[in-house]
Design a protein around this ligand. Sequence first.
Ligand code: GUN
Ligand code: ZN
Length: 433
Amino acid sequence: ETKAIRALRGRLLWFVDDPETAGDAAHRYVEDGLLVIASGIIAAVGEAATLLPTLPAGAEIIDHRPHLIMPGFIDAHLHMPQTQVIASYGAQLMEWLNKYTFVEEQKCGQQGHPEKLARFFLDELLANGTTTAVVYCSVHPQSVEALFLESERRNTRMVAGKVMMDRNAPEALTDTAGSGYADSKALIARWHGKGRQLYAITPRFAITSTPEQLAAAGRLAAEHPDCHVQTHINENQAEIAYTRELFPDAPDYAGVYEHYGLLGPRSLMGHCIHMTKREWRAFAEARAVAVFCPTSNLFLGSGLFDWARAKREGVPVAVATDIGGGTSYSMLRTMSEAYKILQLQGQSLQSFAALHAITRGNAVALKLDHLIGSLEPGHEADVVVLDPAATRAMAHRLETVRDLAEELFVLVTLGDERNVAATYVMGQRATPT
Ligand code: GUN
Ligand code: ZN
């Protein structure tokens, strides 16, 4: 049962700024800390010694020492219908979509299937410490309905949308410019801002939408400026070549989305690997977000995301698993692969920067940082409790670390769901269904 006041004790770690620019001033770390939660919202955070005497009689104290307590992780891009596509062998993007993805996504039209996927999906995210995700459902409105119903039941903050696609996909997976618009509009009316649920307008990518459908998606975005827009761009050379054929009048791939009003500050653009100078500029001017999907980019052989370039160009970056092109639900594992992708380009990624990216960084990119991604008072109490020594190899390695940054680098490099000791959603411990 909900107690009015609940407090979590442990090693608190969160961010108030970006470590890349603010250095050590960006993070807060309290060795013996207390996170006080009232009605699902963070009421106070600080030293346990200071805060314990202020708790009212009857407050429940949960002692997680010596574990780390952080804001719940945020995954900026993944596909619910691809939870049974993950780990499909031997193809790059276009063949992978046709051979595996478009086959599996059709099952979301079957009675009961999206409901089954939604239950698994939220269990798996929470087991990995992910409390907010930005989700592609299938073309079927009932797939969005299923996810939001399940998310509402668990009180998680999810951002999701119905995929719009009206060409270059199997008949059973296509809508039309008109029905895609109407179905999305109805889902926005029903779900956007209902409890913690938020809607993302979701044209899959330029190849699977006619100009008429992209125009309709742009109209929706203009009518609902507080909804996110999500799509894919510049992931794979064959994809880019085909897009240029389909839109010969556009200056480039980004120009297609720009033309239809789909490139704005709430646009979450998946991949952004092969970008021209003009496209980086267009992103920076529109304040559009590049979404880096490390395990997917490696698994599908798509290429190496240039994070340093994005920073130089002033383009905001979010990070994501991109399940099922991606191969891990864990945001820790995702950042471990991000580090390796940057290494191949002579770039680097400190432990604080990696942990910032999957908490406050993604919250800022989603413009939800006033609600999630922080342990500062007033934020929603979505929390992950991490045991950095959960595995034998990690406990062994931790014997030799000298400071917090090193310990966290081991966590980011070797960590996964085994390190998640508990996940809290609005102050309530999440338990698998
Ligand atoms: N481009 C268009 N659709 C998809 C998808 O489902 N996954 C990935 N990785 N790229 C896409
Ligand atoms: Zn994707």
